[in-house]
Design a protein around this ligand. Sequence first.
Ligand SMILES: Cc1cc2nc3c(=O)[nH]c(=O)nc-3n(C[C@H](O)[C@H](O)[C@H](O)COP(=O)(O)OP(=O)(O)OC[C@H]3O[C@@H](n4cnc5c(N)ncnc54)[C@H](O)[C@@H]3O)c2cc1C
Length: 386
Amino acid sequence: MTSRYDVAVIGLGAMGSAAIAFLAARGVKAIGIDAYYPAHALGSSHGDSRLIRLGYFEDPSYVPLLKRAYRNWRALEARLRADVLTITGVLQIGAPDSKIVSGTRASCETHGLAHEVLDQDETARRFPAFQLGKEDIAVLDPQGGYLRPEAAVMGYLKLAAEDGAELHFGERVTAIDTDDTGVTVRSASGQYRAKKVIVATGSWIAELVPELAAHAVPIRQVVAWYQPRDGFVTQPGRMPCFLRDEGEDGSYFGFPAIGIDGVKVGRHAHFREPIDPNQPNPAVNTTDTALLDDFIGRRVPAAAGLRSNATTCRYTMLPSEDFLLDFAPGNPNVVVASPCSGHGFKFTSVVGEILADLALDGGTELPIAAFSFAAMDRFIESRKAS
Ligand SMILES: Cc1cc2nc3c(=O)[nH]c(=O)nc-3n(C[C@H](O)[C@H](O)[C@H](O)COP(=O)(O)OP(=O)(O)OC[C@H]3O[C@@H](n4cnc5c(N)ncnc54)[C@H](O)[C@@H]3O)c2cc1C
């Protein structure tokens, strides 16, 4: 017999766990299905910490969504009675005209957000963990901090279950068949009928959304943790989270010594190496660790003690390095949630709300026009033309 639901959510990582919590809170009959068990280390949502910041250097247009995300993170914490979001400030370091520094200032100025521009002396006095280059300045986003990804995923799933959602783990969805009245979701263990489906399968998204096969590229990401040389200045009270613009060498991100593993760092998109999502994240190698050891030694010397841990994760990049939150082309019963090009975790709490809006209301009041299939196609066309 085929069970029937209002909405099926495929993939219960960051985006899917939030989506099913918002659906269940709205009282609909929802089922969530994941190939693995939460919160696992095979996808994109593990590793202890994720940055969140309000003065978004990527583009000021993200700020309204971020304000909503902050509000929703606090609402999640209030219901869970647990900490998910910790404010430490985020220090964004680089040359004055670098993308991260100038973009953060532009975002803060456009939206009237609190921020401080610090010269070298002021940065050294207040945040002695960092070593600035000759031309560098820093912009402090005092609203920035970090999220606990595993706590967020588990928390959303807990609320979804409390609100009546049916959750299946260890069950891989193999096909979604659509027709005019809904969808049939097929897995090795059964089939389910729903009016709508939300596909939030992270780096595996192209398997169920073939329109993304040429565009959603899973790449390997590596992060490492270091035991601080100076345990005082690397504590969260003295050391904020940070982004560092290295110009042609890309950008790096990091966290103060939150847990026993110490200070965590990574290079955004690492070496941009495509991976097969069906293989475990490839192991860390000496080229990976040499890159991060060199960075921490030069730029965060107070943290550059013994490397205590290193691990791999995966980003899934879209051509514009942006998000995709839309109906599948020509199919209003299939909602697609992209894995967000390596900077989506902080938006999870608002993406869940958006996905529920799309599935239940057929649209959302939140500003997502830039995250449509049409916008992605326009970007690809403009890149070809230039
Ligand atoms: C190392 C690292 C650092 C990052 N840092 C930041 C940061 O500081 N700030 C930030 O905002 N973002 C950051 N990101 C990005 C952010 O973590 C991702 O955008 C986000 O976690 C993606 O979530 P997701 O739900 O799309 O994917 P996932 O969490 O991977 O979830 C996808 C789920 O789908 C399931 N699935 C797949 N196929 C199927 C199927 N056929 N049937 C059933 N289930 C299926 C998988 O098992 C998985 O649980 C970082 C990412 C990495 C890897």
